[in-house]
Design a protein around this ligand. Sequence first.
Ligand code: UDP
Ligand code: MG
Length: 139
Amino acid sequence: MAGNRTLTMIKPGAVKNGHIGAILNDIAAGGFKIVALKLTQLTKDKAGEFYAVHKERPFYGELVDFMSSGPIVAAILEKDNAVADFRTLIGATNPADAAPGTIRAKYAKSIGENAVHGSDSDENAAIEGAFHFSGTETF
Ligand code: UDP
Ligand code: MG
């Protein structure tokens, strides 16, 4: 059975460009309930740890630099089939391929600065949720 939680981050570019409110509104309109939420900034080390699975990829250095370049919004979202439904709401990794109306189609600048993160599996959603939030910060 599909899990009911996923982890998102509104990335530094979208925060800097003033899209926090609009993105949270799209998330709520998509039927997701926010069960954890914070404005925070990742250190380079923490960004590297979060994206460790991509360590050998050519874009890893730029990704870590970008993700630690300014504040982000981290949130745990709840909905039936959360992981897959959230990835549908945000659209493809490359905004050029993202379906019209998706969060990345509307707010992403490029594949590197693509507005939001979404977990890719229930297992990673749990790991990523615990990465950002303690038990007392999660409802
Ligand atoms: N990324 C990039 N260049 C690429 C592929 C990915 O800069 O060719 C960045 C992009 O910001 C993406 C993140 O690395 O969101 C993680 O990549 P992944 O393939 O996991 O995409 P996602 O799950 O975020 O859609
Ligand atoms: Mg991914």
